[in-house]
Design a protein around this ligand. Structure first.
Ligand code: ACM
Length: 696
């Protein structure tokens, strides 16, 4: 029976020749597609629509005008689509703008039913039908059409030497309504253009929330006219004017991206207290902007009524800048040291029967919730705000995990079981410098018994880009391309999880992101040129391919090796997680070990031979490039390991003594600076090879 079903399925598959929803299951033709996020339903036909100069785009609002009003979200997105298409393919379009009133002759017809007001839960679904000479994109809302346009941009490919669109039929909608990226602009300020280009990239991979972390110990980044000390004294002059904020919020809205601001209180408040020290829990300190990384003690005084007047003034002025319903008040990592040390606060707690600091913070949060609701906002905060007395209207942002002594998903499950809506960031901390695979394998929906209703309270997730170790120059290299894979986790079906296929599509997506202005590739090349002082970067580049920045905050452990004004143009800043030579090298090692060196390991020797020359090549430029000097000891160890292994491969075995030397050379040094704050990412492959050769 089973065989019959299998045979029948095969027959159907062969007849249709094209129907599947998962790239991993079939490589018939989806292996030529590099969409990310992968759509919910996709059929691929053999045809290909070539892009030529007659390509015309028209918009129709069903039952309404034939053309969306000038300046509308969809019309502007359509114009950007045409620009992207033109630049990507070099085609001189006769109609470089959406054509009006010419729906019949359009190559691409976009049909929508309504223009949406951007909010949580917008209908983002769309249907895309690419035929030989016509493309139909249908969506209920303009937001859905925008998502479809992103898909269409990603579909541009080459067949038989020509640019075009493969024939596909797509039905798509997101798995989760909240798909965010958090940008910390406090630790390092990110100018408007950085935010904008990242919004473009977010839209490209269908992320729909910019969570803007605007205040922390290291800086307050918003102009507040009624509390001018905030931007004048607590930002080093690096803040967004209100016009700039409005500009960015509009820019995001045009891309179907909500903006949720975060003003972190009562902890992470050094900047606020630098501006207004009278609201501190410790009134004896002189506050100044924090220059190190870490968790600090300055905290607002929740027992001081004037603190609430201050926050009311702040929220009254800033809430109109952010039309979204949600407003993030932070609330994380307040250890309450200054509360413990303040006798007046202790007396207040005793008089009001507030048993501990956590409940004192709840008292504070509930006061804030009332202020925010006066201004039409829903309160959102990091998971520490969740206490029995917190109103269920609050949105809980789950972030803590094993590093903080929590079970994965612990607070997420607790939140939904207690009746809160929640989003997940634990597992998506891209500043931990972990491999994309680590993030991709985390699902916002935990493997845990949850009712339908509880599941529906999990709204999605956010990647978090904390900026202690990034600058406007390097931030793109930390966000992209990994965040594209996280975006897929938030949008696509749970069973889209084949790692090889993810890597294949991620590599293509990474390249496409350059076309949107993302600088993750070019900046690393520039940084190499800077280290090499414009001499030959080849050796450094070879070393970067096998090196990754230290992970899980072991770079800058203690928070004082780097201050906010330290150089972030060092070797470690060029390196990224997922160093490109790691997977191919490990595959070669596995193949060699499994075939017990029956054939000459040409590829392995090529890798090791290349690595063995890095040190000598660096010596040739060192005199003219002072930044190369610190790289030399690490490069020398790489040379020594590679040379010993090459000899081992030539002889077919490794002496025990040499194996010990290799192990020794691979030891991480106690002082991370000796390792340039990087780790040798091919270490496991090298050890496997060395072990195999020494066992013989
Ligand atoms: C956090 O990472 N402190 C929310």
């Amino acid at each position: 029976m089973k065989t019959k079903i299998l045979a029948l399925s095969l027959l159907i598959l062969m007849t249709l020749g094209s129907l599947y929803s998962q790239p991993a299951e079939s490589s018939l033709s989806t292996d030529s597609l590099t969409l990310m996020p992968w759509p919910q339903e996709i059929e691929v036909e053999p045809g290909f629509q070539i892009i030529d100069t007659d390509f015309r785009l028209a918009i129709s609002i069903v039952g309404g005008e034939t053309k969306a009003g000038a300046g509308s979200r969809l019309e502007n997105a359509s114009t950007r689509f045409l620009r992207y298409l033109t630049d990507k393919t070099g085609t001189f379009l006769k109609a470089g703008y959406p054509v009006s009133g010419q729906v019949e002759g359009a190559t691409l017809l976009i049909e929508i039913e309504e223009k949406a007001v951007l909010e949580l839960g917008n209908d983002e679904s769309y249907e895309l039908d690419v035929l030989a000479n016509k493309i139909s994109l249908k969506a209920r809302t303009d937001i859905g059409a925008l998502r479809g346009l992103s898909t269409l941009k990603q579909l541009i490919s080459v067949q038989n030497g020509a640019f075009g669109f493969p024939q596909v039929k797509i039905k798509d909608n997101p798995r989760f309504p909240w798909r965010g990226l958090m940008l910390d602009v406090s630790r390092h300020f990110m100018p408007v253009d950085v935010v904008k280009r990242n919004l473009d990239a977010m839209a490209f991979v269908k992320l729909n929330v910019l969570h803007w972390h605007l205040s922390d110990d290291q800086g307050f980044r918003v102009e507040v006219k009624n509390l001018p000390n905030l931007h004048e004294r607590a930002s080093d002059g690096m803040y967004y004017t209100q016009d700039q904020i409005r500009d960015i919020v509009t820019y995001a809205d045009e891309r179907g991206i909500r903006v949720v601001p975060e003003f972190d209180v009562p902890g992470h408040a050094t900047a606020i207290l630098t501006a207004y020290p009278e609201y501190a829990s410790n009134l004896n300190l002189r506050y100044s902007l924090e220059r190190n990384a870490g968790i600090f003690d300055p905290t607002l005084d929740p027992t001081n009524e004037e603190v609430y007047s201050f926050l009311d003034t702040l929220f009254k002025e800033v809430t109109p800048l952010f039309p979204d319903a949600y407003f993030h008040i932070g609330g994380d990592e307040n250890e309450g040291k200054h509360w413990d040390e303040n006798s007046q606060i202790q007396r207040f707690m005793a008089e009001n029967e507030i048993p501990d600091n956590h409940e004192l913070q709840t008292y504070f949060n509930i006061r804030l919730e009332k202020i925010l609701s006066k201004y039409g906002k829903k309160l959102m905060g990091w998971e520490e705000i969740m206490t029995p007395n917190m109103p269920k209207s609050a949105l809980i942002h789950s972030w803590r995990g094993v590093n903080e002594g929590m079970e994965p998903g612990e607070s997420l499950i607790k939140a939904v079981k207690s009746g809160y809506h929640t989003i997940l960031s634990n597992g998506y901390y891209i500043d931990l410098m972990l491999s994309v695979e680590d993030h991709y394998q985390v699902d916002p929906m935990p493997e845990h018994e949850l009712t339908q209703e509880e599941q529906s309270r999990i709204l999605g997730g956010e990647a978090t880009m904390w900026s202690e170790l990034v600058t406007p120059l390097t931030i793109d290299t930390r966000i992209w391309p990994r965040t594209a894979a996280i975006a897929e986790r938030f949008w696509s079906a749970r069973d889209i999880k084949d790692l090889d296929d993810m890597h294949r599509r991620l590599m293509a997506t990474s390249q496409k992101l350059e076309g949107l202005g993302i600088r993750h590739i070019q900046v690393r090349e520039y940084l190499l040129r800077n280290i090499a002082n414009y001499k030959d970067t080849g050796a450094l580049s070879d070393l970067v391919k096998i090196s990754e920045p230290l992970k899980i905050y072991t770079r800058n452990s203690g928070g004082t090796q780097y201050q906010v004004y330290s150089p972030f143009t060092l070797f470690a800043d060029v390196c990224t997680p997922d160093a490109v030579d790691v997977i191919p090298f490990e595959k070669e090692v596995t193949a060699y070990v499994e075939t017990a060196n029956e054939s000459d390991p040409v590829a392995l020797k090529e890798y090791l031979g290349k690595w063995a020359t890095i040190y000598e090549r660096l010596l040739q430029i060192e005199q003219d490039a002072p930044l190369v000097g610190p790289v030399l000891p690490y490069a020398k160890r790489v040379r020594d390991v590679s040379t010993l292994l090459l000899e081992g491969l030539d002889e077919g075995k490794l002496r025990k003594k040499d194996f010990v030397v290799i192990q020794d050379l691979l030891q991480e040094k106690d002082d991370p600076r000796q390792n340039l704050d990087v780790e040798l990412a091919v270490k496991d492959g090298i050890l496997d090879l060395a072990t195999f050769l020494s066992d013989k």
